[in-house]
Design a protein around this ligand. Structure first.
Ligand code: OSB
Ligand code: MG
Length: 377
């Protein structure tokens, strides 16, 4: 196969609820949508689910746009390929830029699955017909408002709640959610905001029998995680510390975590998320799919990868309407009784609303195999 035309769209959607983490607060989300069309007339859509500023990792929407436009898309247009793994291998000589690569990788997997007439989940080797759905809840200063949100999520029957925390507020926030929604399995995510000397505050969380503590320390603090893991009963999960398959292997070799967040964007796409899944299955480590407030395309990719057998824990994949009034796919992704059905239609399995994407796009760029950059607005 060969991609004949590639288009990039910068699209912003307002969040239904403001979202605050240990590092920042956001009211809207800007992602890059990719539309690829092959010489054979096959279509594929991808999404770059990067943040606007480098809070989570070093990439931004802006760096992804430039790297896709200047390097990744032109390289991809030169390739004749049968399997998306070949694209990932050809782009591996460019270091990092995993969020940018992930968008391209998802679009290539969509094409690949459609070319075979199978669902994206089936193309990846997944067999589940439904996945368990969880919600990530941002930091909410008012404890009454936090309790209301926890009860709302419990009423919707989500399988688990992930609560964002930062130093100084973790204990009170966890106790509030515990008391408000007793049946809701609970975990926390610190996004690397704790320092080594906050060990005592983290150790106190052991009382709550949480599912796990995600990324308490900074990305490079592998040994701090190793030490904490040996001291706490609560499982430690890594996110920012494991940006690649090699980092996951290192973290497991050093015994730094007992659970892995396999996030499609952070790892560079479905190709690498599947490799992390395979590695974790081999090591007997539970793995789950983390989110980046994806629009429908990225959400569909997360659902597909979550259909693999090693994804044993509910992830961050929730209903579209948890975040957005109107999604760019149809039907919107919907969790019912805490589960999302894995689509069986070819490719992503949701109809992408190309018209809506075009109308919302604040920037677009189009390439063809021969002219490289066709037009940019
Ligand atoms: O650390 O998992 C994270 C969102 C943006 C950046 C980082 C993270 C998150 C989430 C949201 O937790 C998960 C989601 O609902 O998609
Ligand atoms: Mg996280």
């Amino acid at each position: 196969m060969r991609v004949r035309q590639a288009e990039l769209f910068k699209v912003a959607l307002p969040l239904k609820r403001e979202f605050e983490t240990s590092s920042h607060r956001k009211r809207s989300v800007t992602h890059i949508v990719l539309r690829l069309e092959t010489v054979e007339g096959l279509l594929g859509f991808g999404e770059v689910a990067c943040e606007a500023a480098p809070f989570y990792g070093p990439e931004t929407v802006g760096t992804c746009w430039e790297v896709l436009r200047g390097v990744l898309v032109p390289t991809m247009l030169e390739l004749d390929w049968d399997d998306p793994v070949e694209i990932a291998a050809a782009l591996a000589r460019f270091r990092g830029n995993h969020f940018a690569k992930a968008g391209l990788d998802i679009a290539c997997w969509d094409i690949f699955a459609r070319s075979r007439g199978v669902s994206l989940a089936a193309a990846l080797g997944g067999s589940r017909s439904e996945i368990e759905s969880g919600v990530s809840l941002g930091i909410i200063a008012s404890l009454d408002a936090l309790a209301d949100e926890a009860r709302r999520i419990e009423r919707l029957d989500y399988k688990r709640l992930k609560l964002k925390i930062r130093p100084g507020m973790a204990d009170e926030a966890v106790r509030t959610v515990r008391d408000a929604a007793r049946s809701l399995p609970l975990m926390v995510d610190a996004n690397g905001s704790f320092a080594d000397d906050h060990d005592a505050e983290l150790a106190r969380l052991d009382r709550y029998a949480l599912l796990m503590i995600e990324q308490p320390f900074g990305p490079a603090s592998l040994l701090a995680h190793q030490k904490l893991k040996s001291r706490l009963a609560t499982p430690i999960c890594l996110d920012e510390s494991i940006p690649s398959v090699d980092h996951v292997r290192l973290a497991l070799d050093l015994d730094c975590c007992s659970i892995v967040n396999a996030k499609v964007s952070r790892l560079g796409g479905l190709t690498y998320a599947r490799a992390v899944h395979d590695l974790c299955v081999e090591r007997g480590i539970p793995v789950w799919c983390g989110g980046m407030h994806e629009f429908g395309i990225g959400r569909a990719a997360n659902i597909a990868i979550s259909a693999l057998p090693g994804f044993a824990l509910p992830g961050d994949v929730s209903s579209s309407d948890e975040r957005y009034d109107r999604d760019i796919v149809w039907p919107p992704i919907a969790a019912k009784n805490g589960v999302i059905r894995v689509p069986t239609a070819p490719g992503l399995g949701y109809e992408v609303d190309a018209e809506l994407i075009r109308s919302l796009a604040t920037e677009t760029v189009s390439f063809t195999a021969s002219s490289r950059v066709l037009a940019a607005t």
